[in-house]
Design a protein around this ligand. Structure first.
Ligand code: ADP
Ligand code: MG
Length: 597
């Protein structure tokens, strides 16, 4: 065990605020007092025994017994205080650490969560934090106790009788050697256990999120055996760890009692020879016994320590992750209410990490305030990537994207995101009242405004038909909305922000064409003077846009209004013809099914 650096690792790490360290110190000081008393009491007993052996006196017996009981009680109370202080700090550290991890997670970019699974993160934020609590609580207590016990007890023992003490502790270096030998192994095995635990959490989290898919594809058996495999691995690693511990701990305990045996053997001979007094012998026995417990506990202490260390590493890996998307060192002030709404892209290029081709390739365009611009193009042409770039959910190079002629990288992130209301492709709702979902961006918004935006998003009539109306809980525990209802709720949520720029990323894909077109039209009246960018595959809805950008393979291949674009041969004309064909087929189908009735 790296005893020398536990304090620098644990107590002065950034993970622990200074006042906690103070409480921790308080606990350690109490332990110090406990140990001083623990050294003094046997001395007192020795004195008593030697004195009473010479000259028995009942008053003196009462005196010695009384003072021993008194000091013993004081020691007991202070030991209790030290435990409360140190375990209390453990609990506090646990709480603060969880908060710190959560706060930090909130600062990280979406790309971090694409690289790290939620199950693993949750495991680190719970099970690993728990290990750190044990480290700060139990391990600190026991380690400090062991150090003090050795530091105070050994010198006094040697003063009483150097030879006997030496013989009694002869076995301790062997114990420390064994501990050293095993500490690496324990650490590696502990790491394996934590990692398997993470994999198991990942699987549970992912499978429960995708439970419908598992059922649709009837993959229950496969998932069950995948879980069984991981569970078996965890069991194997846990058993390996337990084997090491079960070998080590009894060995240490056994060796610790050897010292007592040695003392009994040599001590009784020494009394018989008259080299030590009975008082000396009893004091020595008490001291050796004081050492047996912390020494035997060394195994547990090391495990708690190793566990804590592994967990500190795993948590620090989260805390060390730097958000890539953050405010520039010097940002320019931006008042969302004063934004005009110019958007310009200048040879905007973006490649996802590990992707072979860029998702955005030299994209250039300029959008004037108040314009309604549609972006169309095949799946995978880069439309969502462009929207994510505008709100900086992905990190673009400097001097490629501008808002009111200022590089967006120079603007404060929160102000930029307040300026741009963005409805992403997947309309995520929280499992809370539908009202709270709509006013997510302005939690104290009044009902009339909530209803106004719900009306613009054409979701209001459906909400008031729900049993609890705006109080209806959506998501996990409440009513589950249809895709179209979710999308319109998400749209209402964005409209409430009343931002100068609105981006809809295929945000009405599950809403029928007619309603979608009606919503977009009412948007252009409701949001006059707003810049609106809407990405869509519903071509019927784009005909009224001021301008249409046509994307293909990360490039803008055509731009113009609907009338111009349908005249020119190109992607838009093809898409429009497909759309017309689909519309005709649709109407024929409707007619046929009507005739068939
Ligand atoms: P669209 O919205 O037009 O359908 P996207 O912008 O979502 O297209 O995707 C553009 C390209 O980038 C696609 O080839 C897609 O596979 C890729 N892509 C999208 N998101 C990611 C991501 N998070 N990591 C790597 N590649 C991505
Ligand atoms: Mg998309």
């Amino acid at each position: 065990m790296r005893e020398s650096d536990w304090s620098s690792d644990v107590c002065s790490s950034d993970l622990f605020p200074s006042h906690d360290r103070l409480w921790c110190m308080g606990g350690v000081v109490s332990l110090l007092i406990v140990n001083l008393l623990g050294v003094y009491i046997p001395l007192l007993i020795r004195q008593g025994i030697d004195e009473l052996q010479e000259n028995f006196d009942l008053d003196r017996v009462v005196y010695y017994a009384g003072i021993t009981i008194l000091l013993g009680s004081v020691m007991w109370v202070i030991r209790m205080i030290s435990r409360m202080l140190i375990f209390g700090v453990g609990r506090k550290v646990e709480g603060q650490l969880k908060q710190q991890i959560f706060d930090h997670l909130l600062t990280l970019d979406p790309s971090y969560f694409a690289r790290n699974t939620i199950g693993d993160i949750i495991n680190r934020a719970t099970s690993d934090v728990d290990n750190i609590r044990r480290l700060v609580g139990f391990a600190v207590l026991s380690l400090a106790n062991t150090c003090f016990a050795y530091a105070f007890t050994l010198p006094v023992m040697f003063l009483i009788n150097a030879k006997l003490s030496f013989l009694a502790i002869l076995v301790y270096p062997v114990m420390l050697g064994i501990v050293q030998l095993f500490s690496n192994k324990l650490r590696v095995q502990q790491q394996d256990v934590q990692e398997e635990l993470s994999k198991l959490s990942e699987l549970i989290q992912e499978d429960l999120s995708g439970i419908s898919l598992i059922k649709i594809y009837a993959q229950e058996d496969n998932e069950r055996s995948a879980f069984a495999g991981l569970n078996q691995n965890l069991l194997t690693y846990n058993l390996e760890l337990a084997r090491t511990r079960n070998f080590l701990f009894p060995l240490l305990e056994g060796l610790a009692s050897v010292s007592l045996l040695v003392l009994l053997g040599f001590g009784s001979t020494a009394i018989a020879q008259g080299t030590i007094s009975v008082g000396d012998f009893i004091a020595l026995t008490l001291y050796v016994e004081r050492l047996v417990f912390p020494t035997a506990l060394l195994g547990f202490t090391i495990t708690a320590y190793q566990r804590g260390e592994v967990s500190i590493d795993r948590i620090e890996a989260i805390l060390r992750a730097e958000p890539k998307i953050k405010d520039a060192q010097q940002t320019l002030p931006l008042l969302p209410s004063e934004v005009k709404g110019w958007i310009k892209a200048d040879r905007l290029t973006f490649t996802y990490p590990e992707a072979a081709t860029p998702a955005l390739d030299q994209v250039s365009f300029s959008i004037a305030p108040g314009q309604t611009v549609a972006i169309v193009g095949p799946i995978g042409s880069g439309k969502s990537t462009l929207a994510n770039a505008l709100v900086r959910l992905i990190e673009v190079e400097p001097d490629q994207l501008f808002l009111d002629n200022v590089d967006i990288l120079k603007l404060p992130l929160d102000a930029l995101r307040q300026t741009i209301a963005y409805v992403p492709q997947d309309s995520f709702l929280f499992s809370t009242a539908i009202r709270n979902n709509i006013r997510y961006g302005i939690p104290d918004c009044e009902q009339p405004r909530v209803e106004t935006v719900a009306k613009t998003a054409q979701i209001h009539p459906e909400i008031i038909n729900f049993p609890q109306q705006y109080e209806t809980i959506v998501g996990e525990r409440g009513i589950t909305l249809s895709g179209g209802q979710r999308q319109r709720t998400a749209l209402a949520r964005a409209l409430l922000m009343d931002s100068p720029i609105l981006i809809l990323d295929d945000a009405l894909s599950s809403v029928d064409n007619q309603t979608a077109t009606a919503i977009l039209q009412s948007l252009s009246t409701a949001t006059h003077r707003k810049t609106v960018i809407f990405i869509t595959h519903q071509l019927s809805a784009v005909t009224t846009a001021d301008r249409i950008l046509v994307m293909d393979k990360g490039r803008i291949v055509q731009a113009g209004n609907h009338e111009d674009l349908i005249q020119k041969p190109g992607l838009y004309q093809d898409l429009w013809e497909q759309h017309q064909l689909a519309a005709v087929l649709q109407s024929q189908l409707t007619v046929e099914s009507g005739v068939g009735k």
